[in-house]
Write a protein that binds this ligand. Structure first.
Ligand SMILES: Nc1ncnc2c1ncn2[C@@H]1O[C@H](COP(=O)(O)OP(=O)(O)OP(=O)(O)O)[C@@H](O)[C@H]1O
Length: 353
């Protein structure tokens, strides 16, 4: 079996290479390069990562290629991110990077020549009735299925997640015992490029600044000033620069450039029990076909270790989720990621409206 492995130079994907070698495979290793080397502000250092990846490749006698997907990342993930922010929404570049870059463009250019593609994502796959499903990792804190919730069945059936059945500390132990140069490296903060640059600087570069009022939702009182609604997200607490809080962003008026905030942990306006999703994407198949009633599921509305219980209902516009617990900061643009009632299979995701 020919295996391509996505190697970031971090501990997780290094352990993937080690485990594949232990199982008798010699994977071909690929480092994906993203970033603007000529831009001071948006510079993203990849030298150290590539150096680390080279050490791993040499140790295990594997080939290593650096694949430059900078332009593809810019055309797909960055443009999506800016477009959503401009509309006042909260985008998720990690989800789009997996769908369009790691398992999109990479697959079309390189992965297609291999039987399998292995990564160090914390996720698993599960075979049922001849189909392959995306399923959750053993380590609930590290689980990354929410970031993978827009990939499709072809992608899932080709993927290998060798560390998905391990806890993070078990991965570190393997790395230490195997003397991997990356054993002590810190966890990378999410993905590639947008995870490494200052997000506000990046947004400012593309959308500039435009001063507007921060208004108390309940009273209409002007509390202060912001530099552009695009710097603020529904549910956000830090960074509003107001005293006497805590203050939370409740909603935004994009046309009028107003950010509405409410005060206090218990401000009712920051909570909700339900939300609708557009363009709901099923990863492998629609397990609720022909079922008109409410279906028990679990779900996430942001990257947290906990799953929330709820019911999903099909509506003429898409799908609606009704939660059993109150939800803080339901941010339009983020993905509602839906799992089966046992939080094992990741069924799919839709953009929160
Ligand atoms: N620049 C890159 N080039 C190639 N593969 C990458 C790159 N960045 C991430 N990956 C792949 O995607 C997986 C998940 O990436 P993520 O950014 O979440 O890092 P991580 O979980 O900290 O993993 P690692 O410790 O391997 O960096 C990595 O384990 C690796 O297989």
């Amino acid at each position: 079996m020919n295996i391509a492995t996505l190697l970031s130079g971090g501990v997780d994907s290094s352990v993937v290479v080690h485990m594949l070698k232990e199982s008798g495979y010699t994977p071909s290793l690929f480092y994906i390069k993203i970033g603007m080397d000529d831009d001071e502000l948006l510079h993203c250092t990849s030298e150290e990562d590539i150096e680390m990846a080279s050490l791993i490749a040499r140790k295990y006698g594997c080939s290593l290629d650096v694949v430059d997907l900078h332009k593809d990342y810019w055309d797909n993930v960055v443009s999506y991110t800016i477009e959503k922010v401009k509309q006042g929404l909260t985008p998720n570049p990690d989800v789009m990077c997996n769908k369009l870059i790691k398992f999109g463009v990479f697959e079309q250019r390189v992965g297609k020549d291999f039987d399998k593609t292995a990564t160090g994502h914390y996720a698993t796959t599960l075979e049922k009735n001849g189909k392959v499903y995306l399923s959750t990792a053993k380590d609930p804190i590290k689980d990354q299925t929410d970031f993978l919730a827009q990939i499709n069945s072809l992608q899932v059936s080709k993927l290998m997640f060798p560390i998905g059945h391990l806890m993070k500390n078990e991965v570190r132990d393997i790395a230490t015992k195997a003397n991997l140069p990356s054993a002590k490296r810190q966890d990378s903060q999410g993905i590639c490029f947008l995870g490494k640059v200052n997000y506000n600087d990046f947004i400012r570069r593309y959308l500039g600044e435009k001063s507007g009022p921060i208004v108390e939702l309940e009273t209409g009182k002007i509390l202060g000033k912001h530099n552009g609604y695009w710097f603020h997200t529904v549910g956000q607490r830090k960074g509003l620069g107001l005293s006497g809080g805590p203050w939370y962003v409740i909603k935004k008026d994009v046309a009028a450039n107003i950010v509405y905030a409410s005060k206090g942990f218990d401000a009712e306006a920051q909570y909700g029990y339900e939300f609708s999703m557009r363009d709901f994407h099923f990863i492998t198949d629609n397990p609720w076909e022909n079922r008109r009633s409410e279906i028990d599921v679990t779900f996430k509305i942001r990257h947290t270790p906990d799953f929330t219980k709820g019911k999903i209902i099909q509506t003429p516009e898409g799908y609606r989720l009704i939660s059993t617990e109150r939800l803080q900061g339901i941010a339009p643009g983020q993905f509602g990621v839906v799992y089966d009632a046992e939080s094992r299979i990741c069924v799919g995701s839709g953009e929160i409206m």
